[in-house]
Design a protein around this ligand. Structure first.
Ligand code: NAP
Length: 303
């Protein structure tokens, strides 16, 4: 058995200041890695920095405050990380927020779609240069692969009609499934892509924006039925130490998810990639984070 200690890695965690992301940040700092944690609340980032200071890891933790539902903010974060951390070994995508009412971002996009799906598309593609500098680059998208509920509403992805919390979350969950399929099929980044379902996890931060009765019910249920954030962060941490060989893997807790599920349809994945490129262009003109265009991106304009 080899006694070699793996060299320290650089890990970027979106949503690294609470819940599963924060548990992963703590775990990786404990293993000697450099970590960039992104979140929107300054107090959560400052608390994490103070904790790292106490454990002697402050020099290895960077907190980036950003509102990731905005394309302009994701661009700023990618520019900053690329300048300060030219090599990123693993990007872990965990930022999400559950909203009871439909909200639009300052850029005019539906919030859940913008944060839970679009920021992940942009971070993964935008950091391709820094990921390509790592020997075994990895992206872990913490979402809900294996769930069949929900779909991309091609006629109204911004859910202007009939917004419901579960509908918005499930649409972005399925969009992340398709993002993994499309990412793995693209030549622009060598990163292995893992879609990871953590299962029901006791992370009260996720319920802060829900109504009091719903949040209370979830809290009570979580006491008996949920995993701890530390437990949920275990599989992504192990994947960082030993990235899979396959371009795309989907895992529900420890179990592999069938890649043949209709939720991973390659035609839908290519269609979503085209629609996403169009949406970004319609919203901000263009973005340096967009991946190189492939013939597939130009095809199927009739969809
Ligand atoms: N918990 C579960 O039971 C469960 C089950 C299945 C899947 N998942 C998925 O697992 C992932 C992590 O969930 P979790 O329960 O650990 O979440 P969480 O405890 O609510 O943490 C979410 C993280 O995202 C950050 N965030 C939220 N809105 C943001 C914004 N607009 N801009 C930047 N950062 C933002 C939060 O920081 P700020 O609050 O400071 O912004 C926090 O660091 C999510 O994708 C979730 O869908 C969770």
């Amino acid at each position: 058995m080899s006694s070699e200690i793996p060299p320290p890695r650089t890990i970027v965690v979106s949503g690294g200041t609470d819940g599963i992301g924060r548990a992963l940040v703590r775990d990786r700092l404990g293993r000697g890695d450099r970590v960039v944690a992104i979140g929107s609340t300054p107090g959560k980032g400052e608390a994490l920095l103070a904790e790292a200071e106490r454990s002697g890891a402050a020099g290895r933790l960077t907190f980036l405050r950003a509102e990731l539902s905005l394309i302009a903010e994701v661009e700023r974060v990618v520019e900053r990380i690329s300048a300060t951390h030219p090599r990123v070994d693993a990007l872990v995508l965990g930022a999400n927020r559950v909203l009871t009412r439909r909200q639009e971002t300052a850029e005019g996009l539906e919030f859940t779609f913008a944060l839970y799906y679009l920021s992940r598309y942009l971070l993964g593609h935008g950091l391709r240069g820094a990921l390509a500098a790592a020997p075994e680059p990895l992206i872990v998208n913490i979402s809900a692969p294996g769930l069949k509920a929900g779909r991309v509403h091609w006629d109204d992805p911004q859910l202007t009609d009939n917004y419901r919390t579960v509908r918005a979350q499930a649409q972005s969950g399925r969009a992340n499934d398709l993002l993994g399929v499309d990412f793995a099929a693209r030549p622009s980044s060598p990163a292995r892509y893992v879609l990871y379902h953590p299962g029901f996890t006791r992370s009260p931060g996720s319920w802060a924006h829900l109504s009091w009765p719903v949040a209370t019910s979830l809290r009570l249920l979580a006491r008996v039925a949920a995993r701890s954030p530390e437990e949920a962060a275990g599989p992504p941490s192990r994947l960082i130490d030993a990235p899979p060989a396959e371009p795309l893997t989907a895992v529900d807790r420890g179990r592999p998810v069938d890649p043949g599920l209709p939720t991973f349809d390659p035609g839908d994945a290519a269609r979503l990639a085209r629609e996403t490129r169009r949406l970004i262009r319609a919203t901000v003109g263009t973005s340096p984070l967009l991946p190189d265009e492939t013939p597939n991106d130009q095809a199927g304009a009739e969809n």
